[in-house]
Structures are given as structure tokens and as C-alpha cells.
Ligand binder design. Sequence first.
Ligand SMILES: NC(=O)C[C@H](N)C(=O)O
Length: 637
Amino acid sequence: MADSSFDNLTSLARALSQPKLDLVEANDVFVSRNAQLHPCRRRKLSSCNSFESVEPVTSSSAEARVLVINTGGTIGMTLHDNVLAPKANAFVQSLRKLPILHDETYAQQTCLYDYYGSENTLVLPLSKENKRIVYTVLEYSPLLDSSNMTTDDWGRIGKDIEKNYENYDGFVILHGTDTMAYTASALSFMCEHLGKPIILTGSQVPIYEMRNDGRDNLLGALLIAGQFVIPEVCLYFYNKLYRGNRVTKVDAGSFNAFNSPNLAPLATAEVDITINWDTVWRANTTAKFQVRTELNRNVGLLRLFPGITAATVRAFLQPPMEGVVLETYGSGNAPDNRPDLLEELKKATDSGVIIINCTQCLRGTVCTSYATGKVLMDSGLIAGGDMTPEAALSKLSYVLAKKDVDLDAKKKMMSQNLRGEMSCDLAGAKLCLSDSRFIQVIAKSLSISCKEELEAIRDALTPPLACAAAKIGDIEALEALKEMGSSLCLGDYDGRTPLHVAACEGHLKVVQYLLSHGATVYAKDRYGDTPLCNAVRFRHKEVVKLLRKTGAHFSRNELEEAGTELCSLAASGDVEGLEIWKLAGVDLNKRGYDGKTAIQVARAVGNKETVAFLVQLMSNKPKGAGVIEFTATPSGL
Ligand SMILES: NC(=O)C[C@H](N)C(=O)O
């Protein structure tokens, strides 16, 4: 039986992390739950007779949007002439008939198809976390068995994500399992400064069959992509979310087809979806997301085997080969009694070929504890640590394609950890929060000793502490919390992250610090607000500029309210307010709830200065303002 003080603590922790929707009057819930829907959809909802007749839309962030890119794979295959092959234009129709993957009643009641303008848009039933995931399926033609995938296909996926980046909260890539680990690895490098989840999934049995793993895999991937800001290219399979560049396919006949031998899963989907935030890769940059599609194809994988001839190795290393992953024995070993072989390797590295030493073993890392390992380093090979061959190969392809980087810098990049693909030296690793004196004192006073209880305190206490530090602009306190192992990107009981708070307060240095230490500009609090929206409200220009530089943009819900906000600023002649909305990337032509633009409102109230100001603001429109296509409207001048 648990200690009563622990009972108190767990309920405190639970209370801190759960939105208290259940305490709100039913009527208020109806209003607030729908407050963030588009007016057309709101009207439709309010015409419904009773609250119960409509599935509730969460007040926290209404709907999350996910783009599903269907590239092919078994998940959408059918049998033809006794072999499985992808079937075009059948996937969405089939999902539409599956209640766990599509809620037709909700779609009808909320004008989903009209609103998103796509027949390929579907919506999940309300999640346990009280969210609606709306997803649009983009089907490639032709659909591919993943054995037919090429680097061009990776480029196409990357470009489609880049094109749609601001319109979606997350991305799911449906892909065949055979080469999924290669695509996941490649995308992880191609996607620079990623801030949103990209999750690859697929199945071993087609979704059309009675017993299949496709439904669960797709559902899990959608739920995670729509609800958690995990800024990584991941792979979801058989209830586990893995880092994409850590996986390898290990089983051709099991639903449990993938393994991440050197890194624990990022999340597990059991009774609850549990994210292992300590492992999640954190952004550390204020640069904007971009996709690099240039890849060098003169790369290869060579697996050592006893008796391999020097002629084979020589032939493999001939030009135009520029980069090779040598799969060696055990902890990175090769025969040290084969000078002919070592000479071929040395000749190649001397002539500028980059050779990475990776182990053939499923688990473990290369090191130089054996003479047979050291000879490879002496031949100019670079240690690949615990990288999978898939990750090492795609990293080589990505690094070698960099035109503005010289050979030495490329070699250095290959030995560095770029996207969490290799484990760093653990010497001097950060202190764990459970080692912290502060937590220990609290734990002692509550008679707590076990790990789970300590973690419960940590999870309940550190996000509000970090928010408090952000509020007063105390970077040292944030640093101390980070040193103790706490994540600076987790939200408090209202989902407000330290970045939200610093943006409200206008602490530019704190915002800069947080962005460089893992904070995400895409975090939404329980009201659906982003840090950018907060900085705009409190009129912190420099913070707005920095957030925009990092790729921040208004959410669809925020944009829907923007027109009305602009009209009200125009009505009161608040030019400073108008300017900051413009700075945040909002189209000043957006119409308010009654169809008028800000400039029309300024005219109507006879405010000539505001009209002149708006005309001038609109004439030097910044490029790439974060305005989603559907906002484009005539100027109304
Ligand atoms: N399970 C699968 O998806 C295997 C299929 N051959 C593919 O990789 O496309």
C-alpha cells in the first residue's frame, strides 16, 4: 500500500499535468471547446440541438493537423497473381470505413471536407488526451514497394514536407518496411533544424486484411505526430517510437519488425503513450527548418568476411567511390595480418575516400581496444561509434554532398553526432535530477525513496520552476535546472513552456538561450497559443523577430482570429499593434468576422493616418511571411 504522502504527491502531480476541463460547467465547455473552430464550422455546430450530439472539440488546441504522405509499402498492398503489390487510389476510401481511423459523424457536423478543401482529409475519434487529429493523405504515384526506393524518392518526400511544413503540426510517412530504416536515416540528415515530428510507419500485413498491424501502426503514428512536439525523424512500429537513424529491420515475419539496438525507444504506446523526454533529441539552434536534397550517390557498404581478397576491396574502392562504410568484426576489428588488405584501405583514404568503421554486430560500438581495430584507424578509417550501417551510409551521402565544406571538415562531421545517430562519450555526463539536493530534500520530507516517486516529483516540479525562472529572466537558474537533467521544453499545468513565459515577458536573452537549449517554437499551451502569439500580444518586437527567424508561425486557429484582431486595432488607430502583427507574418488583408479588412475599417472610422500607415506597411511585404495559402484574399482597397 502506497504511503499517504505519496498519494498526495501523485495526485498533486496529476493535477498539475491535467487540464481541469471536468470542473467547467458543461455549457462553458461547449462554448470554449468550439471557440477555436472556424466561424463557418462554429455556426454549423451551434445549430446542433444539444451539446451531447456533437463530439467535444478540445478547448486546449481544438484540432491538430497531420500530413500523411503515402509512398507505398505493404500497408496498402493487395494480392495480384498471387503476389503483393501496391494498389493505387484505394487507401483513403478504406480508411474512411474504419471507425478507429475516421469519425464520419464529426466530419459531417464540422464541415470538415469543405473547410479543408480535400476529400482526402480524415479525422480520428477524440483521443484519450482529448485531442482531435485531422489528417490529410497525400498519395504518391506510383506507390512503391520500398525495394524500389531511390535517393530521388527521399528528396521528393523531403520537399513535400518542406512545402507543407507550416500547415501541419506533424508528418507521417507511410513506407514499406524493407528500406524504411534507410529512408528514416536519410531524412534525419536531410531535414535540418527540424522542429516538428516526422514519423515513418508501415506494416507487415496489408491494412485490407482482417488481421493486420497497419491499423495500429498508423493510429499510433498519427496520435504521436499530432499530440507531441518531438522534433525528430522517427519510426513507429509495434507500439514503439524509435529515433529513425537508430533503427534496423530485424525480422521479416514478425509484427515486431524493427529494433533500435543502441538507443531505447523515444516513446512507448501501451495503456498510455509515454514519451521518454530525456532521450528526445533537442533542437539547439535559432535557424529555420530546411531540407537538403543534395545527396552523394558515390557511397557504398562493404562487409568484411574471412578470406576477402585485396582485389575485391580494390575494385570496390575505385573511383567514382567517395565514401564507404566498412562493416567490420566485433568492436571494429579487421585482420592485422593482411597487409595487402590494409594497404588497399590506406591507398583509398590517402586519395580522399572517406571510410567509416562500423560493426557488423547488431549492438555495441567500435573502439580501439584490439590491435586488430587499431590497424584500421592507422589506415585512415574514421570510427563510426555505435551508428547503424544505414545511418552511417546516409550520413556519408549527406555530408559528401556539401559543396561548401572541405574534406577535413567532412571527416570531422562524420565523427560528430549530428542528429543523435551516435552515442556521445558519457564521461562527464550531466547530473541526474534525482541526484539533486533540492529534489532529495523534498523526497526525504515526503518519505520518498523509489525512482518512480522521484520522477513524479521531478515531472511535477521542474516545469513550473523553469517557467518561474523564465519569468524573471534568470538564465542561471535555467542553466542549473538543465544541469540537473531537467528538460527546458516541458510545459507546466497549463502546457505553458518557459519559452511561452519568456516571450510574454520580452526577455530576449532568455528566449535566445531557450532556443539554443532545446525549446521548441511550435509548443502550444492549453489555450492553443504559441510563444509567437504571446510575444505579439505583449508587443515584444525583438522576440517576435527572433522567433520568426527560428521558423515560428501562427497556428491555423490563431490565424483565423487574426483578421478580427487586425480590424479592432485598425478601428482604434493602434498602428504599433498592426505593425507587430505584420512583423509576425500575418497578412494585413485578412478579413475580420464580418468580412472587412483592417484598411476598410480604418477608412470607415475616418482614420487617415492608419489608412496611410497600412498602405505603407503593405507595400513592403516581407518575403515568405508565415501565411497559410487559404488566407489569401483581395486587398479590399
Ligand atoms: N512490409 C513491407 O512493407 C515490405 C515491402 N516489400 C516493402 O518494403 O515495401
